[in-house]
Design a protein. Structure first.
Length: 110
């Protein structure tokens, strides 16, 4: 996608863009940013990266191992969601929900 830091929380977008892609947002965890940026690009909106100065919050509760695994699963899910075969995977949705519950991650939105 040409984005160096997809996980930066600072994002600005036009209302028109948000309204156009809102229904395409399916992830509520750490991969939300990837879902957002991909949906914007896929819908024809331009995405610009602007340098920002960011200060990390001391005492973050992000667990690197678990968070990385959940993000990997979510990125795989996004790839499947945007594939023509996604509807064929409907029988696996209960397994997907169970896995997200076990990982204490936000469940998929759709």
């Amino acid at each position: 996608m040409g984005i160096r830091d997809s996980q930066c929380g600072a994002k600005v977008m036009k209302r028109e863009a948000v309204e156009a892609i809102h229904s395409q947002l399916t992830v509520a965890d750490m991969a939300f940013d990837i879902n957002l940026l991909f949906a914007l690009k896929r819908s024809g909106f331009s995405v610009l990266e602007v340098p920002t100065e960011w200060t990390d919050q001391v005492g973050s509760k992000v667990e690197l191992g678990r968070t990385s695994f959940v993000m990997l699963l979510s990125v795989i899910r996004l790839r499947l969601y945007y594939s023509p075969f996604y509807r064929l995977l409907a029988p696996l949705r209960p397994l997907e929900a169970w896995l997200y519950r076990k990982l204490s991650a936000p469940p998929p939105l759709k």
